[in-house]
Design a protein around this ligand. Structure first.
Ligand SMILES: Nc1ncnc2c1ncn2[C@@H]1O[C@H](COP(=O)(O)OP(=O)(O)OP(=O)(O)O)[C@@H](O)[C@H]1O
Length: 444
């Protein structure tokens, strides 16, 4: 529902604007001065503030400054008398969205309100679309059978409202899978909200999840919606669920069963329609056996389980993943980044304890350190290259020297932008000698 704050000291004016605004399906609060306006803004979220400039105590200009810090998303319409247009222009410069000269036609004010509210709606839609595009761009990649199994469960389960528990080692793409489920569900145009149960201190977790009323605890100077309310009609991802403190597990179970909860410090029951997805890299059955996790909650959550495979179990996806990750990084060369076969063979023998996230980070590092658009073994951490070079050559000195020579030639050539005359000068060898070496090592 649209929420509007009206600040005006002139009672007749205030009541007539209030009555007109109330004819719409808008929730309107009214105050007589800026100080009371600030108090209301600290407690509530407003789409729009309509404020007079001249008011006792705190005037409209000071109120405007406060709004810009307390609630930068809120639009402000300034009401001003004909003689103080310059003040109104100052307000526009300081971030007011519009002004209206008194006396005004109420319909004129309503048109201005609607224009700003429409613009807010469009801005929100654009933000949702951008977020969705970002998710599509960063979708799950991989064609290996282990990944196909994941896609198949996602496509069957996504259109339902069932709770899904996604498990797997760190970096295997659990959060991406959760986003993919939301994107493929009927809730795709509604919010996707996530909360990391491991990153928030235990004392704040309940308020993060369920919100709080004003004064619920020291420092709660305004009421606040929790993630469950923010995700209403959409999807809520409980990331690192294995770290959810015991008392909250009981409250979560109730929301999952009844769709209802109370804010911290509140007594009224709030009903929500939220699809819950949960991720964890912990073995929840073990957590149950050791008394840290509720068995009934685990049963409720794992109606449909998805297990993300570790990268070492779908190595065949490494080349596709590399190219997918490399697209993220802007190449300063004329061609986009790509990876050489030799670098791929280094990666294919590595165990990847950090899974696809580690591969992503390796590609980011390589894209910064490489001296051309192609990633070679020397752009990977030395441990990885060492594994590969020893695998191929053992400890034969001549063969290891040849690898070093090849790396040096390629780096020098890249450094000189492919210019062979400059490269031979840089290396201190003749152009003919360089040409022979390049041919010998099959370097273009
Ligand atoms: N199959 C995949 N396709 C594309 N990118 C992937 C894939 N798996 C993981 N990633 C990438 O790896 C990184 C980690 O992914 P994500 O955060 O989803 O993993 P996670 O399993 O939730 O990790 P954690 O348990 O540590 O939170 C991200 O950059 C993600 O884009």
């Amino acid at each position: 529902m649209v929420r509007i704050l009206l600040a005006e000291d002139d009672e007749i004016m205030r009541i007539s604007v209030y009555d007109r605004l109330k004819q719409f399906d808008w929730d309107v609060d009214q105050v007589e001065n800026g100080l009371d306006g600030v108090k209301m803004l600290e407690k509530n979220d407003y789409h729009l503030v309509i404020s007079d400039i001249r008011m006792p105590g705190m005037d409209g200009i000071q109120l405007l400054e406060k709004i810009k810090t307390l609630s930068p998303e809120t639009d402000i319409i300034i009401m001003t008398a004909y003689g103080s247009v310059n003040d109104a222009l100052d307000c526009l410069r300081q971030g007011a969205s519009d002004y209206i000269l008194k006396p005004f036609d109420m319909d004129d004010l309503i048109i201005r309100c609607n224009r700003l509210l429409d613009f807010q709606r469009v801005k929100n839609q654009v933000a949702t679309l951008e977020e969705n595009c970002r998710i599509v761009d960063r979708g799950l990649v991989g064609k290996a059978p282990a990944m196909q199994q994941v896609y198949s469960i996602i496509s069957q389960a996504a259109p339902t409202n069932t709770t899904i528990l996604i498990t797997g080692e760190s970096g295997t793409g659990k959060e991406l899978a959760a986003r993919a489920i939301h994107k493929a569900s009927l809730r795709r145009d509604k919010p996707f909200v996530s909360i990391n149960c491991a990153a928030i201190p235990e004392g704040l977790m309940e308020s993060e999840m369920f919100g709080h009323e004003r004064g619920a605890f020291t420092g709660a100077d305004r009421k606040r919606k929790g993630k469950f309310e923010l995700a209403d009609n959409g999807t809520l991802l409980l990331d690192e669920l294995g770290d959810l403190p015991g008392p909250l597990q009981a409250k979560l179970l109730r929301v999952l069963q009844e769709g209802a909860f109370e804010r911290v410090g509140g007594s009224s029951t709030i009903n929500v329609n939220v699809r819950v997805l949960a991720c964890t890299s912990k073995d929840l059955q073990k957590e149950v056996d050791e008394g840290r996790f509720r068995q009934d909650l685990l049963f409720r959550l794992k109606v449909i389980p998805i297990v993300m495979p570790p990268l070492r179990e779908h190595r065949e996806d490494i080349p596709e993943l590399c190219n997918h990750f490399l697209k993220e990084f802007n190449s300063p060369y004329n061609t986009p980044f790509s990876i050489s076969q030799e670098a791929l063979s280094c990666l294919e023998t590595y165990s990847f304890p950090g899974n696809a996230r580690e591969l992503h980070n390796l590609m980011e590092r390589a894209s910064v350190l490489c001296s051309g658009p192609v990633i070679y073994p020397e752009d990977l951490p030395t441990e990885l290259c060492a594994i590969e070079s020893c695998k191929e050559t053992g400890f034969n000195l001549a063969e290891n020297m040849a690898i070093a020579e090849k790396v040096c030639l390629r780096k020098a050539l890249n450094h000189c932008g492919g210019n062979k005359t400059k490269t031979s000068e840089l290396l201190g060898i003749s152009r003919k000698n360089l040409w022979e070496k390049l041919k010998n090592y099959d370097i273009d």
